[in-house]
Design a protein around this ligand. Structure first.
Ligand SMILES: Cc1cc2nc3c(=O)[nH]c(=O)nc-3n(C[C@H](O)[C@H](O)[C@H](O)COP(=O)(O)O)c2cc1C
Length: 159
């Protein structure tokens, strides 16, 4: 299986998640979105896209990358999405937590965009938690990320 993980990262946390995933699953590679514009998706069996959540959405670079992918490239292609996001336990006051939950997360936007372009979405969108705007990731999140991708691959292989 050939897995391409395209990610953006401002402070390095989403990059850590993407690289941990790529290191855990043979046949996968992680590419920063700035290097992904001309990437060839032919032969990619699972496209994974990851972004920090910023203002409830993916970064502009990830958004542009997805917008630039032709429907012909994506129709029927298996895809999965993840984001990094603030741990709500660290957000105060409580009404701000509510605003963030209602506002939503990058992975949910990505799931919708890719599904609209005809991707076969695999697994649920995942959110990996940081404890402040610049991180760090919570303990155990890299292991959870590795397990998330391993589970996706196992599910895809079982189909
Ligand atoms: C301008 C800005 C907006 C943000 N908006 C959100 C948000 O809407 N929801 C959230 O959970 N985290 C938000 N965050 C926290 C980011 O998710 C966090 O910076 C990101 O996960 C770190 O990933 P990176 O190190 O790969 O850039 C925001 C951070 C910044 C700096």
């Amino acid at each position: 299986m050939s897995i391409l993980i395209v990610y953006d990262s401002i402070f390095g946390n989403t990059a850590q998640v993407a690289l941990a995933m790529a290191g855990a699953v043979p046949g996968s590679r992680a590419v920063p979105v700035r290097d992904a514009a001309t990437i060839d998706l032919n032969g990619v069996t699972l496209l994974v896209i990851g972004s920090p959540t910023r203002g409830f959405r993916p970064t502009p670079a990830i958004q542009e990358f997805v917008d630039g992918l032709g429907d012909d490239m994506l129709a029927g292609r298996r895809a999965s999405v993840f984001d990094t996001r603030l741990d709500l336990e660290t957000v105060h006051p409580a009404p701000l937590r509510w605003v963030m939950e209602v506002g939503g997360y990058a992975a949910n936007t990505l799931e919708r965009l890719l599904a609209e372009k005809g991707c076969v979405m695999t697994g649920k969108p995942a959110g990996f938690l940081v404890s402040g705007s610049e991180g760090p990731l919570l303990a155990g999140e890299l292991e959870r990320a590795r397990d998330w991708l391993r589970d996706l691959v196992a599910a895809a292989n079982a189909d």
